[in-house]
Design a protein around this ligand. Structure first.
Ligand code: GRF
Length: 217
């Protein structure tokens, strides 16, 4: 099987990276991670990658005096590894339009909210503070505007009575770990693509037909 070549970009723990590593360990998974790039030397995700025998490279933004040369180096490493799809997985640097456009429709991100609500940081605190009944997470193609771009997959997670940002984060993480490998699989199998600014799916992609009501009714 010809597998889609993934480059994963991280800044921290890398639990989403781990979910991709674990999924890619299956012989029939249609993608493989060829390089992991972190902008932080202490990112635990680098260790996860090394343990899995994946090239793990730190490109520290502090070693560069501007965004462009930092991103040029990232682009170089991705290109050297013949990456076909970039997966941002907790990569905490904003990317310039120049870089984003070089990877247009070939770069996806995971964000812990139901976009387009709650872009940016502290999504769980803000959702709980607002009293919305659903939080969630989103995988989307990356566009130059932060946390923007055609949406590929979302999970809606009810906010429980007495929910705290930490308890919500833990719940959302489990869905993130389930969704990221599934979203990459859809792309690798050619079952999801961007058309006219939206993601369109092949006819055999399963969609749930039940809604969610919270509190239950
Ligand atoms: C995730 O919650 C993701 O949605 C956000 O950053 C977090 C990364 O977590 N973009 P991890 O490093 O994968 O554990």
């Amino acid at each position: 099987m010809r597998k889609l070549r993934l480059g994963v970009m991280i800044s921290g723990n890398g639990s989403n990276l781990q979910a991709l590593i674990d999924a890619a360990a299956a012989a029939d998974y249609p993608a493989r991670i060829v390089v992991v790039i972190s902008n932080r030397p202490d990112a635990y995700g680098l260790e996860r990658a090394r343990k899995a025998g994946i090239d793990a490279i730190c490109i520290d933004h502090k070693d560069f005096d501007a965004r462009e040369p930092f991103e040029d180096r990232i682009h170089e490493v991705l290109s050297e590894h013949k990456v076909q799809l970039v997966c941002l997985a907790g990569f905490m640097r904003l990317l310039t339009p120049g870089f984003v456009n070089r990877w247009r429709d070939r770069m996806i991100n995971i964000h812990p909210s139901l976009l387009p609500s709650y872009k940016g940081l502290h999504t769980h605190d803000r959702a709980i503070e607002d009293g919305v009944r659903f939080a969630g997470c989103t995988i989307h193609y990356v566009r130059a505007e932060m946390d923007n771009g055609p949406i590929l997959m979302q999970a809606a997670i009810p906010i429980a009575n007495g929910e705290t940002p930490d308890s919500l984060a833990a719940k959302i993480h489990t869905y993130e770990h389930r969704m990221y490998p599934a979203a990459v699989k859809l792309i690798a199998e050619g079952k999801a693509r961007v058309s006219a600014g939206k993601v369109v799916f092949a006819d055999d992609v399963a969609m749930p037909d039940e809604g969610l009501v919270s509190p239950s009714a």
